[in-house]
Write a protein that binds this ligand. Sequence first.
Ligand SMILES: Cc1ncc(COP(=O)(O)O)c(C=O)c1O
Length: 388
Amino acid sequence: MSPTNKRIYLSPPHMSGHEMKYIKEAFDTNWVAPLGPNVDAFEKSLAEYCSVKHAVALSSGTAAIHLALIILGVNAGDEVIVPTFTFSATVNPIVYQGATPVFIDSEPETWNMDPELLEKSIKERLTHKTHNSQLTTNNLPKAIIVVHLYGMPAKMDEIIAIADKYGIPVIEDAAEALGSKYKGKPLGSIGKVGVLSFNGNKIITTSGGGALISDDRELIEKARFLATQARDKAPHYQHSQIGFNYRMSNVLAGIGRGQMEVINERVLERRNNFLFYKQKLDNFEGIKFLEEPGEEYFSNRWLITILLKIRERGKTRESLRRQFEMENIESRPLWKPMHLQPVFSSYPAYLNGLSQDLFKIGLCLPSGSDMSDKERRRILKIVKEFIT
Ligand SMILES: Cc1ncc(COP(=O)(O)O)c(C=O)c1O
């Protein structure tokens, strides 16, 4: 490793400089609590930006998925359809609920949930044998979680049409896709509820945090109630339901407010990273990029992904990753599909082999919005040396 080379991270936090003003306000007014003016203002700006009527800021995207499942009535024994090509946080809350994930493979144009496999799975689940017993049930899956991976919109028209046909609500996991759009609509605003994440590596961050968004006031109010320990309306502490401590702190929401002031710039900066890599590497046969399949698709390019299609022995995505590491540059294999994870391998899966192939040959390149041109050229040099 060359010690003179400062480490380049995959997707580091990128502060706007406006955050401290709101954090200071929280301290000056002693609103150092899991509620307060920063939370209210952050929720308002999220709802406006995502073109939805309501938003509730939460402690993480994972908490948002958990609450989404609860408010849509997912209980023990239910099935929830989910892509296999995602991060484990999409799936874990299904298991928290005692429900069963049913995995769906990807389609090649966006790498997200394949609508054909989705419909096939629904038809089959109507007469399936349950995961834990041999009893035949007639139950429809209780929810569909769609993920917009790496910021690329899923095929929402097809997916929503199938979901509507069977009357199954859609949760949009837009944790990686704030700022992306499908047919001009912000991701997260198309399904029944949408999930956002502000983890440290996301396009904007609150260090850790998430949100649930929707046009449905009742659903968001239910989520807010559950996230605040499900406290009934009474002067004393009374509870008739199990609650959670999932609200976002007013200090962290201050970071979020400062970040929301530059969200459009962040999207542009990430999209410019993509253009840079693509322009410089497009002529090389061994590298393929994921394109937006048409005008309807607008990706925030949260992480830039490449597929390595090199026949030469030993030139694998893992050897390129190690090469980057030797140069003090962080890169990351594409998500390992959930049906291949030891913890999820026994759950039903509808597969076509695509996610497994993507995992084998795909790598995420550093994609931070504050990457300098010099840093991008350092990355480019390594890729070029590797493929030529
Ligand atoms: C696709 C996806 N879903 C859910 C999450 C969970 O978000 P959080 O880390 O805020 O819990 C993440 C990111 O971490 C993610 O990438």
